[in-house]
Ligand binder design. Structure first.
Ligand SMILES: *Cc1c(COP(=O)(O)O)cnc(C)c1O
Length: 400
């Protein structure tokens, strides 16, 4: 009997040894491995600074705080994301404002955001949080331009997209989270994401002031930096200068994250090969897949298909031991957000997508045999012809 989840972490012997080494060291937390993980992660996404935090949700929270989100702030985001994206604004006392998706990319539709911004007086909104959904790098160059036109800040929720890339209008390649467009980019290291530290998260930026703010917010608003202190009573002295939290990540977690990070690019190559095989297999069938234009370096956290009778297919695959998932129930339709005034029908594109979407298993250790089974069963369900398909030639395809 098959048992294939939609996502699965890979823990190697090197990962285990790295964690053991930290357990035997002097530091379980706030030690050198945190700094090393931050340094290597910043390098991985080509950013100047990275701040490790306890998870992706706390990364969103301190990112929103660092940019000044407060009671009354209105922040535009997508309904097709994990609830945490919107919740982080509520944590700050602000109001998430949902705007519909572009059905081609499944990310926030920039034209709808523009229309929304132009329909309200200047100063109505504070920021935008686009999500690089499934690993499709959202066009942050365009969002930066729009944000600047309206004086807004920009956080990219890149939990699905570490290692994704896109080509800008000048032909230059950018890694998601490189700090060139978003003020802050956030990532998660939950086991189902690309790289795991058990629980964990990261914020990247190129802005030294935001970087300092994030460090304070992560640890109770406390600083020991002699240059920032108001007074100095000696070597023990620190000051709590603002309200902050304990959102730190341990050295134990960072040791795992760091070891995983060294396989990051390889994992993405594997995911891209799996994606090309799915794409080829479902070509000319009733199973709809996303088109990835040239220049888009998709990170394929998820492989989403859209089908009629999604519930039937979901149950059929589950019976066979293939555990597909749904990403996501649109956040604005959650009972909590309905209490805040949102209704079904507010986001027609997101809601239409939700009726048909299904995430097929996608993770680097998915075997050829397993993927063949998945494809066969999906095709069987729709009485599509099952033929041979391979991942030959995937490197030539649409990968930046
Ligand atoms: C996973 C995820 C989060 C939250 O990350 P956690 O580490 O689980 O707190 C936020 N946004 C998106 C898009 C995610 O996929």
């Amino acid at each position: 009997m098959l048992k294939i989840p939609y996502g699965r972490q890979e823990i190697t012997e090197e990962d285990i040894q790295a964690v053991i080494k930290t357990l035997k060291s002097d530091y379980l937390t706030q030690g050198p491995v945190v700094a090393e993980f931050e340094k290597q992660f910043a390098k991985y996404v080509d950013a100047k600074y990275a701040v490790a935090v306890s998870n992706g949700t706390t990364a969103l929270h301190i990112a929103a705080l660092a940019l000044g989100t407060k009671p009354g702030s209105r922040v535009i985001t997508t309904p097709i994301t994990f609830a945490a994206t919107a919740n982080s604004i509520v944590y700050c006392g602000g109001e998430p404002i949902f705007s519909d998706i572009d059905p081609d990319t499944l990310c926030l539709d920039i034209n709808k955001v523009r229309t929304l911004l132009e329909s309200k007086p200047a100063g109505t909104f504070d920021g935008i949080i686009p999500v690089s959904f499934a690993g499709y790098p959202v066009d942050m160059e365009a969002f930066r331009r729009l944000a600047d036109e309206h004086g807004l800040w920009l956080i990219e929720d890149a939990c699905h997209a570490p290692g994704a890339s896109f080509i800008d209008s000048k032909g230059k390649k950018h890694f998601t989270g490189n700090g060139k467009f978003a003020d802050l980019t956030i990532f998660s290291f939950h086991p189902v994401k690309h790289i795991t530290s058990g629980e964990g998260g990261m914020v990247t930026t190129n802005d030294p002031e935001l970087y300092e703010k994030l460090l304070m917010l992560r640890s109770h608003g406390i600083t020991k930096d002699p240059q920032r202190l108001n007074e100095n009573h000696g070597g023990w002295y620190y000051e709590m200068q603002e309200m902050g939290y304990n959102y730190r990540l341990s050295d134990i977690s960072c040791a795992l994250g760091l070891s995983q990070l060294s396989r990051g690019r390889k994992g993405i190559e594997k995911r891209r090969a799996i994606a090309v095989k799915y794409k080829n297999a479902f070509k000319n069938t009733s199973v709809k897949t996303i088109d990835v234009p040239f220049g888009i370096g998709h990170a394929y956290h998820l492989y989403v298909i859209q089908v009629e009778d999604r519930l039937g297919l979901y149950n059929y695959l589950k019976e066979l031991g293939i555990f597909a998932q749904i990403h996501y129930v649109p956040v604005h339709t959650m009972p909590y957000y309905q209490q805040r005034g949102w209704q079904k029908g507010d986001m027609p594109k997101a809601e239409a997508y939700y009726e048909k979407c299904l995430s097929l298993p996608m993770f680097p250790t998915l075997t050829t045999r397993e993927q063949n089974q998945i494809i066969k069963h999906v095709k069987n369900y729709f009485h599509e012809e099952v033929s041979n398909y391979s991942s030959e030639g995937w490197k030539q395809k649409n990968i930046a």
